[in-house]
Write a protein that binds this ligand. Structure first.
Ligand code: ZN
Length: 264
């Protein structure tokens, strides 16, 4: 499930390729993914529009298309791929935007992913997300307020209306680096632990973006992520810091991973 580092990687790789391109036609192969329009109305609306900007809000990508903003959310899984020469759509294609220069943007192998085509003026209020962890405005104090409340720290980190962009995978990598167990209750964190969590949240996400995300993710050109996960998916393997076996299990129905020696 792509999270902030993967969506930001997609944005960076795509921005160079598609900003400035004009949509000549679009092929909708899975209409159900487009939540706001019929395939015909969708195609009619964006035909002839030029992509002027591409930004990320939390885990979603926003393509500015003249009067419209196309909001894409990966949800469970998906591939967004740029093609210098448009391919024919195949069984995996959900949406293909073919540009006037013959290149194309393809969204494929999507699971629960969604598209919303919104009038440019109304799109801002649709964000509804929590704080952006990498934004300069996100100070320790802002982070502390967003995290505050009850419940376990892993859930607090990955609640989109509190902190945008972090899901189950990166929450576990951040908590390992901050040396805090995923099932610790937020209200038991000391000021030092909260400060460590703030610093490591930003550090891990920044490094993950630089590395192109987690190893299973592919950017717009098919390049895989190069971040080496320390705990996620590594149950039973030795901790990279101390050699203790990483513990795996379930926390509120989701997979959980931590080092019993490094994290308290
Ligand atoms: Zn360890």
């Amino acid at each position: 499930m792509p999270e902030l580092p993967e969506v930001e990687t997609a944005r960076r790789s795509l921005a160079r390729a598609v900003v400035g391109k004009t949509v000549e036609r679009c092929v909708v192969r899975r209409p159900v993914a487009i939540r706001t329009h019929s395939p015909q109305a969708f195609s009619r609306s964006i035909r002839g529009a030029t992509i002027t900007d591409l930004v990320r809000h939390g885990k979603s990508l926003w393509f500015a298309l003249g009067r419209w903003v196309l909001v894409f959310h990966y949800k469970l899984a998906g591939v967004v791929r740029f093609h210098p020469v448009s391919p024919g759509p195949d069984a995996g294609t959900t949406l293909l935007l073919v540009f006037t220069d013959g290149s194309a943007l393809e969204f494929r192998d999507l699971q629960l992913s969604s598209f919303h085509l919104l009038p440019a003026g109304e799109a801002g209020s649709a964000a509804g997300d929590g704080i952006e962890p990498l934004a300069p405005a996100t100070t320790l104090e802002v982070f502390r307020r967003a995290l505050a409340g009850r419940g376990v720290v892993k859930d607090a980190l990955s609640k989109q209306d509190r902190i945008a962009g972090i899901g189950n995978l990166w929450a576990h990598e951040i908590l390992f680096q901050a040396r805090i167990r995923p099932d610790r209750r937020v209200e038991t964190l000391t000021p030092d632990e909260t400060r460590a969590l703030y610093r490591k949240t930003r550090e891990v996400l920044r490094r993950a973006v630089e590395a192109g995300g987690e190893p299973d993710f592919e950017d717009a050109f098919g390049r895989k992520g190069r971040y080496r996960l320390a705990v996620y998916g590594r149950a039973g393997e030795p901790c990279v810091a101390c050699g203790t076996r990483i513990r795996g299990g379930r926390l509120h129905g989701r997979p959980t991973f931590y080092c019993p020696s490094c994290q308290a």
